[in-house]
Design a binder for this molecule. Sequence first.
Ligand SMILES: NC(=O)c1ccc[n+]([C@@H]2O[C@H](COP(=O)([O-])OP(=O)(O)OC[C@H]3O[C@@H](n4cnc5c(N)ncnc54)[C@H](OP(=O)(O)O)[C@@H]3O)[C@@H](O)[C@H]2O)c1
Length: 314
Amino acid sequence: VSVVVLYNGPGDAPAEIDAWRGYLKACDPGIDFRVWPDTGPLAEIDYCLAWMSKPGDLARYPNLKAIFWLGAGVDHLLKDRELPRHVPIVRLVDPGLTAGMTEYVLQHVLRYHLRQPEFDAFQRQGLWRKLDIPLAKDRRVGLMGLGVLGRDAAAKLVDLGFAVAAWSASPKTMADVACFHGDEQLMAFLGRTEILVCLLPLTPATAGIINARTLAALPRGACVINAARGGHVVDADLVAALDRGHIAHATLDVFTEEPLPVEHAFWRHPQITLTPHVASQTIAETASQVVIEGLKAVRAGRLPANVVDLQKGY
Ligand SMILES: NC(=O)c1ccc[n+]([C@@H]2O[C@H](COP(=O)([O-])OP(=O)(O)OC[C@H]3O[C@@H](n4cnc5c(N)ncnc54)[C@H](OP(=O)(O)O)[C@@H]3O)[C@@H](O)[C@H]2O)c1
């Protein structure tokens, strides 16, 4: 029997916890599923499924064999100085999560491509005014990050015919995607990008990467979509670039402080669309299947897929 503790589940609502219990036990009735704080003796716990745990939480279990983090980004987890670093940490790579993010990216790229913010402004003024809309092949979309989420979004943007480029840490290739990498190719990537989509992990190397310098490198009138982490954006630099019209519009799903404080300038900025960190959500139905596969791998003595590289920080 493996003992699994669910720690600060995605929604923490009883229905969500019941869903996790139901899916896991349906796959393996032998799983003893416990929910914090009703863990029983801590030494009995083999695996933690965790989300937004607090520093020191995961260090309490002396016999952990793996930690399954119920989100794709581990920046929050890696801030925990007491994190048991000898235990494999598996981040969530889940078809449901990926599909959700791609839908979000497509929605907002299409909205910018089809110039909807401008039509919204005309509507508010009672103006019947047509604008030219280029062919998708002439609309240059740029993805920062060509990982699990970036690749899926890129593939679907290519299907729609967009001129897609991507920027990653290491060199990559992908059919019909212009691939850039590393600091030395960042400016060239930005210079050709009219709609920028951030899907990077938050690490010391990517913190504040959407700043005055990088925004200025985008062509005038570019739009920015940040669905990764709030820490990627220097808020004041983005507001300044929007105010002077260099950046036409921004869509933000994530913020340095969440919930976004009521007094923050983003709330009322006419060129900002915001959503409350919902670009993609962990849904037990699909995520539990991925966790089950990971549990099977660890129990068979294999390293599960998608173990976080603690050196790289993602
Ligand atoms: N808003 C939401 O609801 C939501 C939901 C899910 C995920 N997210 C965010 O999305 C992020 C990406 O997820 P993922 O699963 O696609 O991650 P991933 O598979 O690890 O991909 C990360 C990509 O970013 C690139 N990268 C990392 N550091 C870089 C650097 N310094 N310079 C250039 N490129 C760099 C990587 O390059 P290499 O390929 O060369 O390593 C890789 O292509 C997560 O970390 C999370 O923060 C947000």
